[in-house]
Design a protein around this ligand. Structure first.
Ligand code: ADP
Length: 192
């Protein structure tokens, strides 16, 4: 089973994806994690990606689609969780084509709903907690980049909600509940 976790930055997609990896043996494909890895590669591409990401803007469709294509080629018995991808309509179309080429389907899209004030608070807290623990703080986990990330989400990613609704694939969960409550809501959708 292949699913998309859709939602704004800070909605909890990564947390829920990790749970699905351990509970169901699925493979998490986070383009954010892949791009952060590319940032540290010391290549020209990595430097360009870093500038765009740190501002809070989206990197080009071409780059992320290329990253996803490589991972899909490796296959997954438990299915894939797409986390932070697709983020544009072009990426959504590309994903549909890549899956079709492999004879695979997209089985569910789960939109995690969280209000903006909570999102900003979560991200600012995450940065403060990391700082207090002496851990690295994500360069885009500050209020200014977060506002841009949210605007990018509403302009470019939120249209995917209508796109998947029209395809009859959209499911919604309340992302304000406890981690366990959200896990239960997602499990109910996947098991129905
Ligand atoms: P979050 O969801 O918390 O904003 P991610 O880790 O998913 O964080 O992504 C961090 C950054 O990586 C994004 O702000 C963007 O610059 C880049 N990025 C991640 N995925 C994509 C994507 N599918 N398309 C374009 N840019 C992406």
């Amino acid at each position: 089973m292949n699913i998309i976790l859709l939602g704004p930055p800070g909605a909890g997609k990564g947390t829920q994806a990790s749970h699905l990896v351990s509970s169901r043996g699925m493979v998490q494909l986070s383009t954010g994690d892949m791009l952060r890895e590319a940032k540290t590669s010391g290549t020209e591409m990595g430097r360009r990606v870093a500038e765009v990401m740190d501002r809070g803007e989206l990197v080009t469709d071409e780059i992320v689609i290329g990253l996803i294509r490589e991972k899909l080629d490796q296959g997954s018995d438990g299915g894939f969780i797409f986390d932070g991808f697709p983020r544009t309509l072009a990426q959504a179309d590309a994903l549909g084509e890549l899956l079709a080429e492999k004879g695979e389907t997209l089985d569910a899209v789960i939109e995690m709903q969280v209000d903006d004030e909570t999102l900003v608070r979560r991200i600012v807290n995450r940065a403060e907690e990391a700082r207090a623990a002496g851990q690295p703080v994500r360069a885009d986990d500050n209020e200014e980049s977060m506002r841009i990330r949210l605007m990018e989400y509403y302009k470019k990613t939120a249209p995917l909600i209508g796109y998947y609704h029209a395809k009859g694939m959209l499911n919604r969960v309340d992302g304000l509940g406890s981690i366990e409550a959200v896990q239960a809501d997602i499990a109910a959708i996947l098991d129905n």
